[in-house]
Write a protein that binds this ligand. Structure first.
Ligand code: SF4
Length: 259
């Protein structure tokens, strides 16, 4: 994988529809391609396209063990709708036991470092295993989720992970995606209609209030400047985050994983 190929794909993406973008990735990237889904509405659209088009892309979710019951129900419903399995990565049992021994079951509320330790054990480490050996990583990131637009693109080279990272819905708005899911009977999380626009782990997600940004309900008790997710790092291995606390490039995976 290379930055040149990423740039070439990026240039090609502009004139294509999301399904065409996904197919192009399967044609141009040798090796395994992974789509990490949090089962949020963007990810459900991508899952629909991947399963309906029978594309050779692994659909993987990170089960943190703290997801909403509605998310688990949607997971099952999605598999039954498309007849395909969504693969799961779980935290390492010993790491999780050590975490809970150290900071308790809900330690994440008490300090940013404790929250990052939980995200590290439940999401970041499993994500590394989900992407191990992959040549491509697909996320559901949208341009209008992030203030850090100038650093984002349809396709980029993730030097830290050594793979191509692609955002096929980068230029789609949330409303366009919502209409697509209605028109195509794509199953979506009922919590979206209750103010949970961005859905992650249950204890770390609340519904947003009128006027709040989409991600305001995530880790709401923390200062915005400390909301690094740790899932996305730059080539120096440093966390990448948006300037306003909204998702870093590709954060949809958790959220695009349950971030
Ligand atoms: S979002 Fe909350 S519960 Fe989920 S891994 Fe992070 S700190 Fe833990």
């Amino acid at each position: 994988m290379s930055a040149e190929l990423a740039q070439d794909l990026n240039d090609s993406f502009a004139g294509l529809k999301p399904a065409e973008r996904l197919r192009l990735l399967t044609e141009r990237l040798p090796g395994r391609i992974v789509f990490t889904t949090s089962l949020g509405i963007e990810d459900q659209m991508l899952t629909h396209l991947i399963f309906r088009e029978k594309l050779a892309i692994d659909v993987v979710t990170l089960d943190t063990g703290r997801l909403f019951p509605e998310t688990y129900a949607l997971w099952q419903q999605t598999e039954e709708t498309y007849g395909r399995r969504i693969k799961a990565k779980y935290p390492q049992a010993e790491a999780l036991e050590a975490l809970i021994d150290d900071q308790g079951i809900n330690g994440f509320y008490f300090a940013p470092e404790m929250r990052k330790a939980c995200c590290g054990a439940r999401k970041v480490e499993p994500l590394g295993r989900a992407l191990a050996g992959a040549s491509g990583w697909i996320t559901g990131l949208r341009r209008d989720q992030s203030a850090n637009r100038e650093r984002l693109d349809f396709v980029s080279f993730d030097g830290a992970r050594g793979l191509i990272k692609a955002n096929p819905l980068f230029d789609w708005t949330r409303e366009e995606i919502r209409v697509f899911t209605v028109d195509n009977a794509v199953p979506v999380n009922p919590l979206h209609d209750q103010g949970f626009l961005s859905i992650g782990c249950a204890p770390c997600t609340r519904a947003i209030r009128p006027g709040e940004v989409e991600r305001a309900g995530r880790w709401w008790w923390e200062e915005e400047t400390k909301r690094e997710c740790g899932l996305h790092v730059d080539e120096a291995g440093q966390p990448v985050r948006a300037e306003d606390g909204r998702p870093a490039p590709g954060d949809s995976a958790f959220e695009t994983i349950p971030s």
